[in-house]
Design a protein around this ligand. Sequence first.
Ligand code: TSJ
Length: 670
Amino acid sequence: MDENESLEKETQNLIPEDEKADAEYTEKNIQVLEGLEAVRKRPGMYIGTTSFDGLHHCIWEIVDNAIDESLAGYCDTIHVIINKDGSVTVKDNGRGIPVGIVEKTGKSAVETVYTVLHAGGKFGEGGGYKVSGGLHGVGASVVNALSVWVEVVVHKEGGIYRIRFENGGHTAIPLEKIGECDDTGTIVTFMPDSSIFQDTTTFNYNTVRDRIRQMAFLNKGVKIITEDHREVENKPEGVVPGAKDEFCFKGGVKEYVMYLNKNKVAMSEEVIYCEGKDQDIVVEIAMQYNDTYNSTIYSFCNNIRTGDGGTHEEGFRMALTRVLNNYAKANKFLKENDDNYTQDDTLEGLTAIISIKHPNPQYEGQTKGKLGNSEVRKIVSNIFAAQLDRFLQENPNVAKLIMNKVNLASNARLAAKKARETVRKGSGMELTSLPGKLADCASKDPSLCELYIVEGDSAGGSAKNGRDRETQAILPLRGKILNVEKAQMKRVFENAEIGNLIIAIGGGYEKNGEHFDISKIRYHKIVIMTDADVDGAHIRILLLTFFYRYMAPLIEQGYVYIAQPPLYKASRGNKDYYCYNDEQLDVLKRKLGPQIASRLKIQRYKGLGEMDAEQLWETTMDPKQRKMIKVKMSDAMEADQIFDELMGERVEPRKDFIRENAKFVKNLDI
Ligand code: TSJ
């Protein structure tokens, strides 16, 4: 049966006899399938990538539709389940996708949503508030195009209806009524197509859980439950059999701020919260100061992170600085003639979430991570300023703490400026000469050069002797580098290890008006190489935090890597095998057979220092054989969150942390 025949067959059940305008209808269907075919040909255009992120994007796409239903006020519970067979089910208790015929397509609404590009939510005019369809809202049809099969079940008006698609969006079983019910809702299950997602079709439970948690923070009151129903055997990464998490935050972004600050010491209990609406734009902001010296400001538009900020963030910052300066002058924290606090002063130690919902968002910048709508600046600034001002009036004790904090930041900024100037004046030479501990490479072409940051002098020695001198430079770090979250700016610049790093990399840093110049960096690969133990993990996280805070473009542009040294050496006679995890060791033992395996001499590397130069080269540094992990911005942001948990005295949270953050702390000896 060719495509046309099958299409005609499926239409027979759906369209009443008198509505069949055959030729025109068939024409429309061909267009539809050509549309889905285009998605399969160039999936990247629709979901960004076909690797890990793109795969998960499919879930977000479906969940967005359920969230829309909840924003419209018709649904309060959503389930996201990774099924035993690896497919994903998203289920809501909303009104159920309409099953009636849509005039324009001649198909049922549910079939339209799944087969016509960008059709999601276009029917049912004025039916609620739709926020997907922005940057990521490519529609459920894209997921259909990229799936081996999709099944949609709708509970509506007393009936249970089902439709099934196969092979990238072809209707396999037309919409049919399969039973009766007395509830309403939509249940969607899809199986991603491994010929499209060639890297992997294994969903990562923790990735799903983390994004869903964030969705729950951003959409207060919606209960979202995640579950992993996959089995235990041969557990690949990302599979967490039996996992179940339930998220529902009555306080929304207010609870998000509390969550982000949970390992920090908050300046006062209260989280400042405001919400408002103007011209169909919904604004929600929460903020709280803590005892660190950095700011964590996450902004969102329509539940999508705007990593490069934009007009909503600008409006927030402007209002914050203006209101705090006004309060300071009015209440004599600043004298009439004192300089105003700067934006940086008011942001120090601040955790804030800015979330807006906009019916027609414009995104700018290369990665479309910046909100461009200019009207938003004023709307956010007005709503926030009025409510912050009122908060300060009503809570003079908190206001006083904030004033002291901002004042301290202002003084520290002036002191840091002085310290930097002294360094410049006192040692003009040292700033241009490379650190003595750095074993630089011969090449001066940054695109070929790699900087290995190595924990400890002894591993540093092996790395120096084992490396490719032409392109690989080694910088050993002694002990732990300074925790830049906790340290005052002044101390950051006085710290020798950090000074060495900044100078070796060569592009400066960004903070307080200083500019990180990525065009000046001396290496295009910066590789963090630490031991596979808790200390190593800690150093890795401190370094990531440092890069995130002071050289973010390095991470954005994918220049930062984590080396993957082997965990075991298994020797038999004079033959050595290296294994990078327990699974590989098991596979090796199986391959060799029980007889030989029992005679293997297995060494577990406790640290890089146990490897000699040649071993380190072969296993970890040789570009032809090594495996490195490229650090993503989201990893660095997490590192920022994580490290307090490693620092803590309590053992349990540390173990939990290690279990949950396998990416940073792989193969740990705990
Ligand atoms: F789009 C989708 F198929 F991916 C999908 C849609 C997936 C999931 C899990 C849920 C949904 C969805 C859609 N949940 N609820 C709805 N609601 C509607 O489509 C709907 C229902 C009634 C009316 C109306 O005007 O009566 C309007 C809409 C948009």
